[in-house]
Design a protein around this ligand. Structure first.
Ligand code: ADP
Length: 352
């Protein structure tokens, strides 16, 4: 602040300065309550006022703040965490300090932080680390068991079988790590620049390589022709890999004799990429959760098919950073339809 400005404030007088300070503390995110030496509240900023008039849990918060101020008036710093369950679940951190000397203090201030979101994020991170450790431990455990069994084994047939399982577990491990790296790259916003790509190219590249595995599993892979003049702004690699993920799942979660249909087109200003299967379907209660990292409806089946449990989490992130979304429609025992939508771009790329 300039000297001139400070002088102006002096001229304005202490009352005006106090009014400014009161307005300023109203802008803080934290609740602030100040009391005098008798415990009378002399200042309560807007976030702290919000706590007072409410019911139930917030009444408890008010009581806790009063008690904290009382303790601080006793001359020492006081800190506590309060978990409230009503009207909504939230966690408050209350810190109270004596002010204006300590023996006795002429007042006290309580600072109240709503740390609910921070706590939620910490819990998500803890869950993720626990899940990740478990996911990586499974193939590692299998690898070490296979190595032990291989040690000293002389039957060439058994050696060949175990060696091929070592290869499969190592591939699974590498796939989890690759998916994790993809996910963290996309979550960190490192998505590269978007360029115009024909929708038909995305579909063509996404289904490439799936005709044979589908045929081997006795599943018909039907890909409808896509109007050639539809374009999207995309990170080609990520969008292709997202659609591939949906096709891969559709095949994995189908029974022999079923069909997988891939279609794409426009709906208003958006392009859709749709993968429909006639497979096992997804129970209603799991439909939202399948987009979470490591969430699987049937862990054993996902493991048997070599799934990482990260595919749909990646698809959702890719859709989001393209300005779109992914949704699922499913009937248990009849099949599922995944639709990924992204905005259309109406210009043709330079040079056609
Ligand atoms: P995974 O690697 O296990 O396939 P995903 O993230 O791709 O992981 O999918 C999460 C879960 O969603 C799967 O484990 C499966 O239970 C369910 N799922 C995904 N796609 C389909 C589908 N087309 N049909 C039935 N279930 C599906």
């Amino acid at each position: 602040m300039s000297l001139e400005r400070e002088r102006e404030l002096d001229d304005a007088g202490a009352g005006d300065v106090l009014a400014l300070v009161v307005q300023a503390v109203d802008k803080a995110n934290q609740g602030l309550v100040v009391c005098d030496g008798e415990g009378r509240v002399v200042l309560r900023n807007a976030p702290a006022r919000d706590l007072v008039n409410a019911r139930d849990g917030d009444f408890l918060a008010e009581k806790a703040i009063e008690a904290a101020l009382g303790r601080a008036l006793g001359g020492s710093f006081h800190e506590e965490t309060l978990d409230l369950y009503s009207p909504t679940r939230h966690t408050l951190e209350i810190r109270a300090y004596p002010i204006g000397g300590t023996n006795p203090p002429s007042g006290a201030v309580a600072i109240v932080d709503d740390v609910s979101e921070l706590r939620r994020l910490e819990a998500v991170r803890r869950d993720f680390v626990a899940n990740l450790s478990h996911e990586l431990k499974t193939p590692l455990g299998a690898l070490s068991l296979l190595a032990e069994t291989l040690d000293g084994e002389e039957d060439p047939e058994v050696v060949a079988r175990l060696t091929s399982r070592v290869g499969a577990e190592a591939t699974r491990f590498a796939r989890i790590v690759d998916d994790l790296l993809d996910l963290s790259r996309i979550e960190a916003g490192s998505t590269g620049s978007l360029s115009q790509v024909a929708l038909s190219c995305i579909v063509g590249e996404a289904v490439e390589g799936f005709h044979e595995p589908a045929a081997v599993r006795g599943i018909r892979l039907e890909v409808a022709a896509v109007e050639p003049e539809l374009y999207v702004m995309a990170n080609r690699r990520d969008l292709v890999s997202a659609v591939s993920n949906l096709v891969d799942n559709a095949i994995k979660y189908s029974e022999p004799g079923g069909a997988v249909h891939v279609t794409a087109g426009s709906e208003g200003e958006r392009a859709y990429l749709r993968v429909r299967d006639e497979g096992i379907g997804i129970p209603r209660r799991d439909r939202e959760r399948i987009f979470e990292r490591f969430y699987r409806v049937d862990r054993a089946r996902s493991r048997w098919t070599g799934g990482t449990g990260l595919g749909l989490a990646i698809v959702r992130h890719v859709a989001a950073y393209h300005g779109g979304d992914v949704s699922v429609d499913s009937v248990e025992g009849e099949g599922s339809t995944f639709t990924l939508c992204v905005p259309l771009t109406d210009q043709e790329p330079a040079g056609g």
